[in-house]
Design a protein around this ligand. Structure first.
Ligand code: KIV
Ligand code: ZN
Length: 540
């Protein structure tokens, strides 16, 4: 049971490692879960609580037992199951609530009742209808009642940051005398600034009677986007418990984000001079778990755990990263549990990054081939937002034989008249150029757009392909995924292969067909490439 700290007037006693440790109080299952869209059932709550235990949080606020039988049961189950962290239940300063919370926590190895009562003038008058003296007396009576039911009591002065500082000192001094061991200062409406936060804690730590025997805590909301900054300012002013949530979920704009606070303390360790018990390599997996349990993803650009947190697309940044990762990364992705930095290849990426990624994928590209590959990559990047590894492999593989002439597509159109009720025909037209200067346009109808485009290519080139194999598959993910067409045609008693890659499967098929025609023509004098066989019906 935590009963004291060794904080000194100027912040933290240098003689105690404990005084340099910030307790991480996670309220994802209480303040986080009560926000719209984030509710979890009992199984989900237990699953997340176990992940929080593995992450190394010191205190888990498992719920608000008086709120509903479900909440009570979830808190009781977490209290029964988890062994390492302190399990905490939230309670109003109401005897019935306190008793219920005590019962929910009965089997916890370390239990804490978290009492809260508003202290600000606005809340006293409009929410509670209580005088200053009534608030103080209620807080004291509640702390005394809770003490008998758990190992430790935390007292929160709700809306503390809008409370008269002298009155806050009075209430907190009485709370310490009544037996509270953690004093929490919630910035309930996310109103405070970092400088004000530091000033308030400095004042409280100087004036609250018994301040040296308790842990000061902060609980910040993000209404003005300052929750993390305010929490860090509080820590700099000697606070040694921080209340926060995974992914920053919580009421309205959310609570301070656990992963951001923990990584700020770690990355800027010399600046803050404090430590936590968090295994930071579990931050990302825990964040992912929460998104899976709630179905709510985090913004791509979310600090520490967002998809873009370790992704670099600008060519200049990628070049710098490849030379020395410190140029654009202040922490390693592995430190937060992300496998590796993602150099997202897109239209801003340069040759250097492209070559490096191709090498990582096992493709050593000759300098002479690089121009063509890079041009094809840029053309693809213009069509797609991101170019995935599979896309690159397709480009690298498809580059040489498949894109070589003599025939090239300059225009292609396909229209399908097929409906669910009626399998009508499709039509396609192509315009091709030949290295000898010809430009040929042809149109055809077919069973489907793929069949139609194949027939149009046969007409334009004068080739007739007996297809023995036809396959189209997606080679990357997403609505703008690339499709790869693989065709094998029989000609002159030989199999000829061609494959094409495009975000449009009709175009991919046309490229594959043309690759076959080109191979045949490169190896066979033109006059012998005569129409001979019928294309087999293909639909797509
Ligand atoms: O934001 C708040 O004031 C709270 C208290 C219950 C601690 O969540
Ligand atoms: Zn809150």
């Amino acid at each position: 049971m935590e009963t004291s700290s060794t904080q000194s007037d100027d912040g933290v006693s240098a003689s105690s490692a404990e005084a340099d440790r910030v307790r991480i109080f996670d309220t994802t299952l209480r303040d986080g879960e009560q926000a719209p869209g984030f509710s979890m059932d009992r199984r989900a709550k237990l699953r997340l609580a176990q992940a929080l235990e593995a992450l190394g949080v010191d205190i888990i606020e498992a719920g608000f037992p008086q709120a509903s039988p479900d909440d009570f049961n979830a808190v009781a189950e977490i209290a029964r199951t988890l062994r390492t962290p302190t399990i905490c239940g939230l309670s109003r300063c109401v005897p019935g609530d306190i008793d219920t919370t005590g019962r929910a926590l009965e089997s916890a190895r370390h239990s804490r009742i978290h009492l809260f009562l508003s202290t600000s003038p606005l809340h006293r008058e409009h929410k509670l209808g209580m005088s200053k003296a009534q608030v103080l007396d209620t807080a004291v009576a509640s702390i005394e009642r809770a003490r008998a039911l758990c190992h430790e009591v935390e007292f929160s002065a709700e809306d503390a940051t809008r409370t008269e500082p002298e009155y806050l000192v009075e209430v907190f001094s009485a709370a310490v005398a009544a037996g509270a061991t953690t004093l929490n200062v919630p910035d309930t409406v996310g109103y405070t600034t970092p400088a004000e936060m530091a000033e308030l804690f400095t004042y409280l730590r100087q004036h609250v009677k018994g301040a040296e025997r308790v842990i000061f805590s902060t609980h910040c909301h993000d209404d003005l986007g300052m929750a993390v900054a305010n929490s860090l300012a509080a820590i700099s002013a000697g606070v040694r418990q921080v209340e926060c949530t995974i992914n920053g979920i919580g009421e309205r704009a959310g609570n301070a984000s656990l992963e951001e606070i923990v990584m700020a303390l770690k990355v800027r360790a010399p600046h803050f001079g404090v430590d936590t018990r968090i295994d930071t390599r579990k931050l990302y997996p825990t964040s992912r778990l929460l998104t899976q349990l709630t179905g709510q993803s985090v913004a791509r650009n979310k600090a520490v755990v967002g998809d873009n947190a370790f992704a670099h697309e600008s060519g200049i940044h990628q070049h710098g990263m490849l030379k020395h990762r410190g140029t654009y990364e202040i922490m390693r992705p592995q430190d937060v549990g992300i496998a590796e930095t993602k150099l997202v290849l897109g239209k801003h990426s340069g040759r250097h990054a492209l070559r490096s990624r191709l090498q990582a994928l096992g493709h050593e590209v000759e300098e002479s081939a690089m121009d063509g590959i890079f041009a094809r990559f840029k053309a693809l990047a213009d069509k797609k937002r991101e170019v995935h590894d599979e896309d690159l492999e397709a480009i690298a593989l498809g580059h040489d034989p498949d894109l070589a002439g003599p025939w090239r597509i300059v225009q292609l159109q396909a229209h399908s008249n097929v409906t669910v009720a009626h399998r009508g025909s499709a039509s396609a037209s192509v315009k091709l150029t030949h290295d000898d200067g010809r430009e040929v346009g042809e149109a055809a109808i077919g069973d489907g757009p793929v069949d139609a485009v194949l027939r149009a290519i046969e007409r334009a080139t004068g080739a007739s392909l007996e297809l023995t194999h036809f396959q189209v598959r997606a080679v990357s993910e997403g609505g703008d995924a690339q499709g790869q067409a693989q065709l094998i045609a029989r000609y002159a008693e030989r199999d000829w292969r061609g494959h094409g890659v495009s975000t449009d499967i009709v175009e991919a098929t046309a490229l594959a067909a043309l690759a076959i025609v080109n191979r045949i023509e490169r190896q066979t004098p033109a006059p012998t490439l005569a129409p001979a066989l019928q294309t087999q019906g293909v639909t797509a």
